[in-house]
Design a protein around this ligand. Structure first.
Ligand code: SAH
Length: 230
């Protein structure tokens, strides 16, 4: 009997406590890792406080989901460090009416952060298992404005473009021309460029009156942008 009462008490009080704990970890993450490093775009900060990052990592690593680093998500891939997610989000200047393309859905976390701010997010993932997992999770969490597509993101999604912003979360040797083409006039793309398994450069690309302007931002380390064999 005592054991049953203990289980009931843990379920009644333990679960809300855990939820609160994660909320506290998220608020601390935003304060200590993101706002303190100069991210001041309120919609980005709000989204990072809201999206439950621990649900996007493997169960055994949930307690460390709000740490200041990237984490493995299986299939040799990683979920980016929280600061990098916020930095890339702020830099593409997402707005409520925007349509955004992400290449490299991975866990679906960056897609969820964008979906908190913009109208529509399309995210492409080349590893089918990760794509399906992200699709299920985003659907279960009620993100009806995110569409996960399994495939090679090199070609973008011409029939859904042009896009206000494009976020690439895998390191490419060069910026895929189809993605530049699918960026709206005035649109912004953020992409890590450089050799796989080495330090790459995070680049901001803007399309201004038909001209392409690129700005080198900082050294980063992302998983490689891979290509499908077909
Ligand atoms: N944005 C993700 C980070 C995932 S890491 C998150 O928030 O969790 C980058 C992802 O890009 C990996 O899952 C990798 O499989 C994927 N990727 C690599 N090359 C790709 C390509 N050509 N098209 C689509 N996805 C690709």
């Amino acid at each position: 009997m005592k054991r049953i009462i203990a289980v009931v008490l843990i379920v009644l009080f333990g679960l809300p406590l855990w939820a609160q704990n994660y909320e506290r970890l998220r608020n601390n993450m935003v304060r200590n890792q993101i706002a303190s490093r100069g991210i001041n775009h309120e919609p980005t900060l709000d989204a990072m406080r809201k999206v439950e990052r621990h649900l996007f990592v493997p169960q055994r690593s949930q307690a460390r989901a709000y740490d200041d680093n990237p984490m493995p998500i299986g299939y040799g891939q990683t979920i980016s460090q929280p600061f990098i997610v916020a930095y890339m989000t702020q830099l593409v200047d997402p707005q409520p009416g925007h349509r955004v393309l992400e290449i490299g859905a991975g866990s679906g976390y960056q897609g969820a952060v964008l979906a908190e701010i913009v109208e529509d997010v399309y995210t492409i993932e080349i590893v089918p298992e990760l794509g399906e997992q992200a699709k299920t999770l985003l659907n279960d969490l009620g993100y009806s404005n995110v569409e996960v597509i399994v495939g090679d993101g090199y070609f973008g999604l011409p029939h859904k473009g042009p896009f206000d912003a494009i976020v690439v979360t895998a390191a490419a040797e060069y910026i895929p021309p189809p993605l530049i083409e699918q960026l709206k006039e005035g649109g912004k793309m953020i992409i890590p460029v450089g050799s796989p398994f080495m330090v790459q450069t995070l680049i901001l690309l803007e399309k201004l009156e038909g001209e392409i302007k690129t700005t080198n931002l900082m050294a980063v380390r992302f998983v490689p942008f891979t290509r499908s064999k077909e």
